[in-house]
Design a binder for this molecule. Sequence first.
Ligand SMILES: NC(=O)c1ccc[n+]([C@@H]2O[C@H](COP(=O)([O-])OP(=O)(O)OC[C@H]3O[C@@H](n4cnc5c(N)ncnc54)[C@H](O)[C@@H]3O)[C@@H](O)[C@H]2O)c1
Length: 258
Amino acid sequence: MALLDGKVGIITGAASGIGAATARTLAREGAKLVLTDLDDAAGSALAEEIGGTYVHHDVSEEDGWPAVIAAAEHYGRLDIMVANAGIAIMATTIDMPLKDWRRQMAINVDGVFLSVKYCIPAMRRAGNGGSIIMLSSVAGLRGSAGLAGYSATKGAVRLFAKSIALECAQAGDGIRVNSVHPGIIATPIWKKIPAGTNHTIDPYAIAEMSVPLGKAGEASEIADGILFLASGMSSHVTGSELVIDGGMTAGRITRLTQ
Ligand SMILES: NC(=O)c1ccc[n+]([C@@H]2O[C@H](COP(=O)([O-])OP(=O)(O)OC[C@H]3O[C@@H](n4cnc5c(N)ncnc54)[C@H](O)[C@@H]3O)[C@@H](O)[C@H]2O)c1
């Protein structure tokens, strides 16, 4: 029997990167999935590939949330919410326009807040607990120059997850809530970060220098962690942080050159 047989989940920002890898992994384990994104071509193609449903939705728009939840309940219930959609805007703080700060906050923080606000009632209606997984980052555990606004959003998600874990525990609804903290993962987000500047960021090159394991992570390696949190294998895990970073937050190592 697969790990998620009979389970229904929602993955936001599922058309690319970690969200897409998570969709493939959870579907392989038997989950029925609703995928949301702004990229309709990639989102619909993936939904077709895994036999799920695609809904065009901007996570920061409250009006669209009831339709996303309804799409999940069309499968009969809601058990899993992966609040994954996110953007990263690189700029020193004095150069960051307020509108960019707000856009990043709206997607990375308001979007996660709305995911939780709308998924909990549906999970409670299903009456069998649930698992909420929020994508934070190593940038939510420590600072990053040039990504201060992004770090602020991911730090917010980290403590939001713990607080919601406690709210659900207090309600006794069986819903577990955890955050995931990827390090440098090779996804299209790295091509989007420097928008507006004239340099490129190669995650493989950065990871070689700054990740103790010496390489960038793959989206499927984050998806495996999300699968653990989504499944019954993590039945006693709530309010925790799953760090998947090749050792980045453990400390530094010095590689001796030959
Ligand atoms: N890649 C990394 O190294 C890394 C590291 C740490 C954390 N993360 C986090 O993981 C999550 C996924 O990142 P990724 O690397 O897969 O990025 P990605 O850019 O490959 O995918 C993000 C997806 O979110 C979608 N999206 C953006 N804004 C949206 C909105 N308003 N509403 C709905 N969908 C929206 C995009 O269209 C895209 O499909 C993000 O929250 C990111 O901050 C990524």
